[in-house]
Design a protein around this ligand. Structure first.
Ligand code: PCA
Length: 327
């Protein structure tokens, strides 16, 4: 209902613009899933401005953070079907559709920003092709800071995690919960503060950034710097919208995308320590996992890696090998 209404509004807008004589001015709504203050959303807002300026206003990109236009889980479909021309989504959110999308959520495969960049370089051609087959053009991708574990109590081993309600954000996080005896419940980042406050969940794996953005110290007490993986958000554009704009505009968009990937990655690096300090200032205990917990998680990681390789087949194995050759 709401989307039909928005479509009608944009169609009317387009007619008004055409009537006014600037034949090529277009408004591109850009749905994003995370809060406006999050660094991905800040990067997206700069990217939008870059396109609007660079195309001389022929394309005006308007970002809609916090899942306000489409919820995270609906963004890819919205772009694929042309309900929105451009948008951002967590890449591994689609790993139940194709295991390759989960390449950046394999425990302990790439645990630093440098390694995550190499893994992305190895995966990008395959990812571009998969999205192309789905009527989309991959523009840029920016990592989240390393993923650690949040709890409401001290946890020194996987045994301590048994029966805990765990907020998951993709299939890998749900599987991690299962393998460690926890109870996974899927909740979007935009809704976690409430989920923790009401006891729907008491733990999660995520970055310091998301814990900081959602002020989780109001409900949770411990953050363990596990550095399990660095998942990515990516920005995609509908192929018909892409082909429908001029080559000059496509060049501007590509240049803005390159800048956004670079700047967004720096924001992620910068935000890592800043947000961990923020969690501490909020009263949380922040530190490395115990030896036992680290060892237990490594074992779970091995199981998950084997499961992923099995699902992702030859294509997946080839990416992992290309990545390992770069290290
Ligand atoms: N924050 C997102 C995904 C990874 C991250 O660090 C989330 O928790 O939903």
């Amino acid at each position: 209902m709401r989307h039909t209404f928005l479509k009608t509004v944009s169609a009317v807008g387009a007619l008004v613009v055409l009537g006014a004589g600037s034949a090529y001015a277009e408004k591109w709504d850009m749905p994003m899933a995370y809060s406006a203050t999050n660094f991905h959303s800040a990067t997206g807002a700069e990217f939008a401005k870059c396109i609007t300026t660079g195309t001389g206003g022929e394309i005006e990109v308007v970002t809609h953070p916090s899942g306000s236009l489409f919820k995270g889980a609906d963004i890819k479909r919205a772009i694929q079907t042309g309900q929105a021309p451009i948008g951002e989504r967590l890449l591994s959110g689609h790993q139940n559709e194709n295991a390759i999308f989960g390449i950046d959520s394999i425990p302990f495969l790439a645990t630093s920003f440098d390694d995550a960049a190499k893994l992305w370089e190895a995966a990008k051609p395959t990812m571009t092709k998969i999205l192309d087959d789905q009527n989309m053009v991959l523009l840029y991708a920016v990592p989240w800071p390393p993923q650690g574990l949040y709890f409401k109590k001290e946890v020194d081993s996987v045994a301590d995690m048994k029966g805990v309600k765990f907020r998951s954000y993709n299939t890998a996080t749900a599987r991690l919960a299962e393998l460690s005896g926890m109870l996974p419940v899927s909740i979007e980042a935009a809704e976690i503060s409430q989920a923790f406050a009401t006891g729907v969940a008491d733990s999660m794996i995520s970055s310091g950034a998301t814990g900081y953005d959602r002020k989780v110290w109001e409900s949770l007490t411990h953050f363990y710097e596990v550095d399990a993986w660095l998942p990515r958000n990516y920005v995609m554009v509908n192929k018909d919208a892409w082909n429908g704009t001029s080559e000059a505009n496509r060049n501007v968009i590509r240049a803005c995308a390159g800048l956004a990937e670079y700047a967004g990655t720096w924001r992620a690096v910068d935000y890592t320590q800043f947000t961990l300090r923020g969690l501490r200032d909020g009263g949380m205990e922040v530190g490395p996992a115990s030896e036992q917990l680290t060892e237990d998680l490594r074992a779970i990681g091995e199981t998950m890696t084997a499961e992923w390789l099995e699902k992702a087949g030859e294509e997946g194995r080839a990416i992992v090998e290309a990545y390992q050759a770069m290290k």
